[in-house]
Design a protein around this ligand. Structure first.
Ligand code: FES
Length: 169
């Protein structure tokens, strides 16, 4: 078994932060029409030292094992990051514990990055957001606070209605 396969199996043996987050402040969804996989990420913000930071992150995925492993590792990595720091994180950063992804699996990491970007897409004024306290309640800067399950959205006519955005990476 290759080093990548070994790390992948370890990560998916006990995936972290898997499941919807009922009290999320932001949610992002991305899909890849080529492989039919989707990843959704939920974020919960808090305030620390006057900065808005990610308190918790969770995900759902119907993707391959690599997407699940990267999402699991990414949601752990995102805890404690400021919004600006999270914005800087690329697929290679989010999947770093697995080592370089095989070429055929690069888009799996891109899916996780895409879900994170989508969750942060409405948080444009990062400076202002980080210099002011995070909302005490579930006040979302992201208008897409749908915490439905990914499966629910796939079963509903969300794609046709435009409610679920599919971004080709
Ligand atoms: Fe498409 Fe991994 S094969 S997300």
């Amino acid at each position: 078994m290759s080093d990548f396969e070994d790390k992948l199996q370890t990560a998916i043996a006990n995936p972290q932060n898997m499941g919807e987050m009922a009290d999320a402040d932001a949610v992002g969804t991305v899909g890849n029409p080529e492989c039919g996989d989707m990843v959704r990420m939920w974020l919960k913000f808090t305030e620390k030292d006057g900065k808005k930071i990610i308190d918790r992150a969770s995900f759902q995925s119907f993707g391959c094992q690599t997407a699940i492993a990267v999402a699991s590792l990414a949601t752990e990595m995102l805890k404690g990051k400021t919004v600006a720091e999270a914005r800087e994180m690329k697929s290679a950063d989010l999947s770093k514990p697995l080592g370089p992804l095989p070429p055929m699996k690069l888009h799996c990491g891109d899916m996780v990055e895409g879900a994170l970007r989508d969750a942060l897409r409405d948080d444009r004024d990062t400076t202002a957001a980080e210099s002011s306290p995070a909302p005490a309640s579930n006040t979302n800067t992201n208008t897409n606070t749908n915490t439905n399950t990914l499966l629910g959205d796939m079963q509903q006519p969300a794609l046709r209605s435009g409610k679920l955005k599919v971004i080709k990476l």
